[in-house]
Design a protein around this ligand. Sequence first.
Ligand code: ZN
Length: 685
Amino acid sequence: MKSGWVERDAQALVAHGAKCGVDRELALRIYTTRLLGGDPKLVLHGGGNTSLKTCIRDRFGEEVEILRIKASGAEMAAIEAEGFPAVRLGPIRELRALDAVADADLIAIERANLIDPAAPNPSVEIMLHAFLPHKFIDHTHARAVLGVIDQPDGEQKCADAFRGRLAFVPYLMPGFGLAKKAIEIYERAKPSDGLILSKHGIVTFGEDAREAYERMIGMVSLAEDFIDRNSKSVAVATRQRDIAPVEAVAPIVRGACSEKDDVTEGAWRRLVLEFRGGDTVRNFIDGIDLDHLSRAGVATPDHTIRTKSWPLVLPHPEAGKLDDFANAARDAVGKFAAHYHEYFDRHNRRVGGIKRELDPLPRVVLVPGLGLFGLGPTKHDAAIAADIAEEWTAVVGGAERIGRFESISESEMFDCEYWPLEQAKLGLKQAPPLAGQIVAVTGGAGAIGAATAKAFAAAGAEVALLDVDLAAAGEKAKAISATALAMECDVTDAASVQAAFDDIAAHFGGVDIVVSNAGAAWQGRIGEVDEAVLRRSFELNFYGHQRVAQTAIKIMQAQKTGGCLLFNVSKQAVNPGPNFGPYGVPKAALLALMRQYALDYGAEGIRANAVNADRIRSGLLTEAMIKSRAEARGLSEKDYMSGNLLGREVTADDVAQAFLHQALALKTTADVTTVDGGNIAAAMR
Ligand SMILES: [Zn+2]
């Protein structure tokens, strides 16, 4: 591993800092923190931390010694000055004289000593940084270092690999106890470069930013060399044949890893998936003793909050035998959950029954022959779980090449998983109503489609916008969220629909709600209209919906957690307009189609509903059409658009809210919701 220090970049950051009141030391602290954070082989997702000791003048003009330490959970790769809250160093150092400090007291003491009372909470490892005397301290969970120290004889391997330049601190849970132990050992051993925290990570220090950083790089390089020099040859994995594709496996895994909500009948707790199936991951999963290693535990303690202590292992999913795989998967998740309850109860009793159990579902699923899935309440969380799972395979792979991977004990993992200071990193809050749900919207680039996707995303769902115009769908998706997905899909082409839903299942893990919205209008007097025109309209306005619903239903059935089909039927379905037959007749058939789905799939928990909307500014009713129709009726545009019982213009957002309501109404199926401002001739009977 090479140092990433570039003098020109460092000086540029110092110059930039000078313009916004950031001094040279802090600017360089930011620079090397970003260098560390930018390399996943060193830190991942809020893990790791750095600090700087310096003096400032406080609000009363008095000089105080402070510790600037990374904020808890902050991402090092993109850190700014605000990511380093300043804490008075003196009072934190005095804590060393105590025998113990309760978590709640620690937070209170930290916050009482912040220079800026509005600053974020400092890292949970603040005392470790405060007690050590050095000006700059860097702490990472570097992959190669963990490979060397996550071993039964980690202390010996540490002495060999780091040539006595790091002192060895036995495992203790992060926090006060570890900080006290670390300073005692430092003062006794006076190591030149830093400390190894057993089964956890590495600390390096220095009198300037570059020294601490380059010591980190130097030590990680020694660990890499040590693994290279001592590697045993590894057996090459034999690849299983006839493995089913990820788009077929993911909905089964996702469905198996869902939980019925025991309060609201018909509701499920669902998770989103992120798949990783690269060669490294597959070679690892297919090449190791999965039975043993899947129970071995985490690579470093703070991973427990993202991945739980163990992954779930499933059998290999043979193509053509997915029913067997589904049964085995449900069985395995049931056992995993039962084991998790038992684990929680046992350890909760040990700590006095004060903890509240988290959900018992796995966050990492290993599928031999295929790869691994990360799971989370959002796509973002699922991707973090997958990143950490991949990192776990890399650490364990390295450890097994030079010895035997060994993690902390089960009690130690429980203590980290249920440590309030770690849980705080997840920012636990009330889940939004559609958390964990995946929604596909056809015609996603249009006015109603885009507004609906936005409304569902705001309610916590992950959304896929399907449209014939990929570029336009991409624009809309980008405006909605970082994880909204745009896909090309022509609903008049069965292969295109299948491909789009395969991609959704592979990307998010499945689908729960479909808003079948794509459509276009044709006109003509019904007795004279060319049959080709009528067929073209049926192809899009009826068969398009049927294809989408039929394809989605298969995924919903694989998940076995119900689902919801929502159709955009026009007012034409119930109240035909003159010469609008080519549009209205297939829409009337679509209304019947919705009712048929409600009837045929209600027993499987799949609901079907429709929105009957009228006169919305969209691709079907353009500004030019509004102008000409208003003129033809001798009305202003405004009067034309609000020509309904309420006298209010109806918007795409109003239609989106109606779809959202139907998705949330778990006891409602075969419903048609009218969104037209009031038109008694189009009212449903
Ligand atoms: Zn750490």
